[in-house]
Design a binder for this molecule. Structure first.
Ligand SMILES: [Zn+2]
Length: 279
């Protein structure tokens, strides 16, 4: 299809959460040209502020769901502009992070936050076991299965995973505004993030490294499960929301990140080639 969107395949789990006409959790956009494989697979866990109709807004005012607590403002725009420029694959998630946070293991409490940056989420405080199971089965699993399938299909092909997020400049728990326009997060393997940070710094961009968050196995999902276990280059990229609220801003930062990611991948590939030559 001309806009790169793939049709969903397979029957949908009938658990009673998502209604007919509501989107599948996993939204797959292949921006690659036929035969021209980009190494980049992009994900956007917090792309949407949508809440399934069956959950009645989780008891949260619509204006609050549109705040950063409901989604990563601007992140999908950045990810989509990057995927187009890279001719890569983008997989984004169609429901709000307060329905289920797809970057958390589903067994941790933060997967279903009962309060976020000063706002109570009554629909999560009242969450039952079967209610949580439906969100896992209909949103979390299909989304991560789509990412796993895309990466499995590329086994043996040079691949890098970029998890695109955005952060609020002002968070209630942290009174000082966050100074970094971009932060790169990682845990066990810093190589791609360090190579990309060098490219950003060469452009005089103040890049945060594992700021203001860190990646770990209890608080994160995509990087430990999809990237670290496969041993593929990766970074979790956070962009400050005030810079990407407009399409112009999103395009600007997507262009910078695309260039820096491509350069970082080339540096890593070159290094690997040099190691092989020495061996
Ligand atoms: Zn996020």
């Amino acid at each position: 299809m001309s806009d790169g969107r793939l049709q969903a395949t397979g029957p949908r789990w009938q658990g009673g959460l998502l209604a007919e006409g509501e989107p599948d959790a996993a939204q797959v956009e292949d921006h690659g040209l036929e035969g021209a494989l980009s190494p980049f697979v992009l994900t956007c866990d917090h792309a949407s502020s949508r809440v399934p109709a069956a959950l009645d807004g989780l008891g949260v005012a619509p204006d609050d769901i549109q705040r950063h607590i409901g989604w990563d403002i601007g992140a999908l725009d950045v990810a989509r502009h990057m995927a187009r420029a890279m001719r890569g694959l983008l997989i984004h998630q169609a429901y709000s992070r307060i329905v289920i946070d797809c970057n958390r293991p589903p067994h941790v409490a933060q997967a279903f936050p009962i309060r976020s940056d000063g706002t109570d989420i009554p629909g999560n405080a009242a969450l039952t076991g079967s209610g949580a199971a439906a969100r896992v089965a209909e949103i979390f699993h299909p989304y991560h299965a789509a990412i796993a399938a895309a990466l499995d299909a590329r086994a043996g092909t040079p691949t890098a995973l970029l998890a695109i997020h955005s952060y609020t400049p002002h968070h209630g728990d942290f009174p000082d505004p966050r100074p970094w326009p971009v932060s790169l997060l990682f845990n066990r393997d810093s190589r791609f993030s360090e190579a990309m940070a060098a490219e950003l710094r060469a452009r005089d961009i103040d890049v945060g490294m594992n700021q203001p968050y860190v990646v770990d196995d209890d608080g994160d999902y995509a990087i430990p499960i999809h990237a670290e276990r496969r041993g593929i280059p990766h970074s979790l990229i956070e962009v400050r929301q005030d810079l990407i609220e407009t399409d112009e801003g999103a395009r600007h930062w997507a262009a910078i990140l695309t260039d820096c990611a491509a350069a970082a991948f080339a540096v890593m590939t070159h290094r690997k080639g040099a190691e092989h030559a020495q061996a």
